[in-house]
Design a protein around this ligand. Structure first.
Ligand SMILES: NC(=O)c1ccc[n+]([C@@H]2O[C@H](COP(=O)([O-])OP(=O)(O)OC[C@H]3O[C@@H](n4cnc5c(N)ncnc54)[C@H](OP(=O)(O)O)[C@@H]3O)[C@@H](O)[C@H]2O)c1
Length: 245
């Protein structure tokens, strides 16, 4: 159980982040979830109010270092024991056609944001000599995916970030791991044409896309006391689509 723990989950307004926020709250954590808009933040507060241990929604744009700093300052009394870096975006295109702005915003959101937010949370965890950092990667970091050089580069970078930080802080009771989802039913995959979704599902041994709860269960394990000796790892949650070993 995660009683007495504060958990921050970025991108908790929908999809995987909402699933993670709800599951950590049900495990007893006080959850602070973020969205990019005030409406999204209110929605998070509403979702969490039905969980065992209510939390709150807050507004955060992770791609902007200044807003990340303001966000952390505003929550100085509620610093996280558990940080789940989940917020992420796609801006897909073939490399030859990809705009600089689409490269940059994906790197700033999916990788830069994690660095800026995590750096500001470390002091609290180091002092507490306990912490759990879970970064949400993607199966495509390992597999590659055409049309996603920006996204795959950011997600592969996130895994390297996690492994290096894990070594920096392991002796202080802090673990840092990556959960790498396969294809999960969320807004991110709902936009795919039906034919592409069917082709995708046919390649998955489990014969279905994943659910946000499938990913949330992996995060809840890595956030628990039981996972104290697991660090610097990537846990793939993909229905057998890809095996790292
Ligand atoms: N779905 C999949 O198949 C899949 C597979 C592998 C990995 N992932 C990863 O899992 C994570 C969640 O994906 P998802 O499918 O649940 O995505 P989603 O349904 O598109 O939700 C994205 C979340 O990120 C937030 N967000 C977007 N831009 C942000 C920014 N600049 N600052 C802070 N928050 C921001 C969104 O907030 P708003 O609601 O305010 O826009 C939303 O809460 C992402 O890191 C994604 O790369 C997803």
């Amino acid at each position: 159980m995660l009683n007495d723990k504060i958990a921050w989950v970025t991108g908790a307004s929908r999809g995987i982040g909402a699933g993670i926020a709800f599951m950590l709250a049900a495990e007893g954590a006080e959850v602070i979830g973020t969205a990019t808009t005030a409406d999204g933040a209110e929605q998070i507060t509403r979702i969490l109010s039905t969980a065992h241990h209510p939390g709150q929604g807050r507004v955060l744009d992770i791609s902007n270092p200044a807003t990340v700093e303001q966000f952390v300052k505003s929550l100085a009394e509620k610093m996280p024991d558990i940080l789940v870096n989940n917020a992420g975006i796609t801006r897909d295109n073939l490399t030859m056609r990809m705009k600089d702005s689409d490269w940059q915003i994906v790197l700033d959101t999916n990788l830069g944001g994690i660095f800026h937010l995590t750096r500001l949370c470390l002091r609290h965890m180091l002092k507490a000599r306990w912490g759990r950092i879970v970064n949400i990667g993607s199966v495509v970091a390992a597999m590659g995916n055409p049309g996603q050089v920006n996204y795959c580069a950011a997600k592969a970078g996130l895994e390297g970030f996690s492994r290096a930080l894990a070594r920096e802080v392991a002796a202080r009771g802090i673990t840092v791991n990556t959960v790498a989802p396969g294809f999960i039913e969320t807004d991110m995959t709902r936009d795919l044409p039906a034919a592409q979704r069917e082709a995708l599902a046919s390649r998955i041994p489990a014969a279905r896309l994943g659910k946000p709860e499938d990913v949330a269960a992996a995060v809840a394990y890595l956030a628990s006391d039981a996972a104290a000796y697991v660090t610097g790892q990537t846990l793939h949650v993909n229905g057998g689509l890809y095996s790292a070993s």
